[in-house]
Design a protein around this ligand. Structure first.
Ligand SMILES: [Zn+2]
Length: 453
């Protein structure tokens, strides 16, 4: 197994007997650089499509030619299965208490067959299976085990292989923190979907969306096996998880936390990100966010920017937010300065193009819009007919399509709508009984198109 360890301290020496792993390499940096160079090799595969996540794992026979919106039925169906809310009797203990109540010395962190001693960093490898063609495909797992006890926070990126901003966020966060100044542990998986990443693709090579298969099944399809391996070998060791994503298919997102605000532990996480937009969103079945939260690991999604690009502003915002969370959990003592807090959006809606043609936007990400305001135009290139897209809501543009050719029904602008209503209210009938998710979801839900995570 290939791995390297990094000592956290500067001059202080500790016996190597504290490291129980097979191989030790003193190195001041992780060796992610070579991996990042693969970024340059990534390229967009045109015309790729998703497949039905409910299939049994049999090989694909049909080369489907679905368009973007054809994904909506699958995602909506998945969302409808989600009826279970967070158990109301679960103790509402802020994660930061794990630091204050932790007693004694920090312990070795056992992960992927390796014990990482307190005060050390390590680069491990996770290989899901002997994948495709019988060649194992492994991807780095970065570990920082702090010298003081505390919670284990995990970062995952590129579950969709074409979402690059999160990869760079993980690299920056994991290189910026010394184990000597950390209470608890950080685990970072910069590139979960390594096969998709190498092809510049959102999907696995069999065109399945990995983020519809968690927590996975060791005997299922390739996607289900990869999901299961990640979940059992890495995710199960986390006390909390941040899954990093971008918009998909020529759409970009304002940096935002997507979280199920009905879950108190998840809410605690969202409060640590500094001035970052928070969007209430119930996770779809099969997403890593849903599966991990169901397993008792509170999880949020951090969305920033669009696919197939490295956007420095978005990366910096994400890194600052994650480092602020790490500090607010009591894991570091670093403080970061933010401006005015961003609002929480309990509701959001996609505004669609009603006609096909060339979409040109009149607003930008983060724009505040009023009801009736012009968002963009769609012009038919053949007959020069122009239609306007106006906002049915007052709110904020938290996601939008890049200028492109669109079909009627294309989801073009994602408007965050500020309401006074907390999500727990919207999910309860007058008598307090819970409304099923399928009833609560409107047709304008962000799940349509699979646009989120
Ligand atoms: Zn994604």
């Amino acid at each position: 197994m290939l791995m390297s360890f990094t000592r956290g301290g500067k001059s202080e020496r500790r016996g190597h007997t504290r490291i129980t792993a097979m191989k030790l390499t003193i190195s001041l940096t992780f060796r992610l650089g070579a991996f990042m160079s693969l970024l340059a090799a990534s390229s967009l595969l045109a015309g790729e499509v998703a497949v039905d996540p409910s299939d049994s794992g049999a090989d694909l026979l049909n080369d489907t030619t679905e368009d973007l919106d054809s994904r909506s039925s699958e995602v909506t169906a998945a969302a409808e299965q989600f009826v279970e809310l967070a158990p109301p009797d679960e103790p509402d203990v802020p994660l930061a208490d794990a630091v204050t109540t932790a007693a004694g010395n920090a312990k070795p962190l056992s992960l992927l067959g390796v014990d990482v001693a307190p005060g050390y960093s390590a680069r491990l490898n996770w290989a899901a299976t002997e994948l495709f063609e019988g060649v194992p495909v492994s991807t780095p797992v970065l570990v920082i085990n702090g010298s003081e006890p505390g919670p284990t926070l995990c970062l995952t990126a590129a579950v969709h292989g074409d979402e690059l901003n999160g990869i760079e966020m993980v690299r920056r966060v994991m290189h910026d923190i010394s184990p000597d100044r950390l209470s608890g542990a950080l685990i970072g998986v910069p590139i979960v979907n390594v096969q998709g990443f190498r092809r510049g693709s959102r999907y696995l090579p069999d065109r399945r969306d990995l983020n519809r298969y968690f927590p996975g099944n060791p005997n299922g399809s390739a996607a289900a096996r990869i999901a299961s391996s990640l979940f059992e070998n890495v995710i199960a060791h986390c006390d909390a998880l941040i899954d990093l994503h971008t918009g998909s298919f020529e759409r970009a997102n304002l940096p935002q936390i997507r979280a199920d605000l009905r879950n108190p532990d998840v809410v605690t996480l969202t409060q640590g990100f500094g001035a970052t937009v928070i969007l209430h969103s119930t996770p779809g079945v099969g997403t890593l966010r849903h599966a991990a939260t169901q397993a008792g690991i509170p999880t949020v999604t951090l969305e920033a920017g669009g696919p197939l690009q490295l956007e420095l502003g978005e990366v910096k915002h994400g890194v600052k937010g994650i480092e602020t969370l790490i500090s607010s959990l009591g894991m570091t003592k670093r403080s970061r300065l933010w401006g005015d807090p961003e609002p929480v959006y309990y509701s959001s809606s996609w505004v669609r193009a009603d006609s096909g043609g060339i979409l040109l936007s009149d607003v930008s990400l983060g724009s505040t819009v009023r009801r009736g305001q012009l968002l963009g135009t769609v012009t038919d290139p053949m007959n020069n007919a122009r239609t306007e897209i106006r906002s049915p809501y007052s709110g904020r543009i938290i996601g939008m399509a890049r200028n492109q050719v669109v079909m009627p029904g294309f989801a073009a602008f994602h408007v965050g709508i500020q309401t006074d209503q907390a999500p727990v209210d919207s999910l309860e009938d007058d008598d307090g009984s819970l409304v099923s998710e399928s009833e609560a979801l409107t047709e304008d839900s962000a799940y349509i198109d699979g646009i989120s995570e």
